[in-house]
Design a protein around this ligand. Structure first.
Ligand code: SF4
Ligand code: SF4
Length: 152
């Protein structure tokens, strides 16, 4: 099965944070963790998000094997197994892994797997007014956005 991921066309991001809000609502997250976030480095904006890495450092670092990559390439955390050690936060090269004080577990982008199962786009992609958030098969997105392959 082809592997899915999420990518941003950064040049089109205007820093409105609509993606962050939509993600928070979708995952019912309170203050603290942001599974996608946009940082400003004037005059540009840089979205920080999970790349669903092929050899995910977060997965490798977890001492209790709470992180897995499913058959669609989506890197997921089993909160029931997570002991909150934060090794995955240290391991993620993109700063995408987050910690949720409410549950005392790590938390990350799941590519809105429930929405995908209903043939709906991830919440961030759906909310973006400039349509600069893409999801789909990694190889095809890389080709489309002319970006280096970070996941596959
Ligand atoms: S959380 Fe970080 S290390 Fe893990 S898959 Fe996402 S980008 Fe890769
Ligand atoms: S915080 Fe949880 S998911 Fe992350 S490495 Fe520790 S046990 Fe694994």
């Amino acid at each position: 099965m082809e592997k899915l991921t999420l990518m941003f066309f950064k040049k089109e991001c205007m820093g409105c944070h609509a993606c962050e809000v939509a993600c928070k609502q979708e995952h019912e997250l309170g203050i603290g963790p942001r599974l996608v976030r946009v940082v400003e480095n004037a005059p540009d904006f840089f979205p920080i998000h999970c790349h669903h890495c092929a050899n995910a450092p977060c997965k490798v670092s977890c001492p209790v094997e709470a992180i897995s990559r499913n058959e669609r390439g989506i890197v997921l955390i089993d909160k029931g197994l997570c002991i909150g050690c934060k090794a995955c936060l240290e391991a993620c090269p993109f700063g995408a892994m987050q910690y949720d004080n409410a549950t005392e577990t790590a938390v990350k982008c799941d590519l809105c797997i429930e929405r995908l199962n209903h043939n709906e786009a991830p919440a961030c992609s759906n909310a973006c007014p400039t349509r600069c958030i893409f999801w789909g098969v990694a190889a095809k997105l890389n080709e489309k956005l002319e970006k280096p392959v970070l996941s596959g």
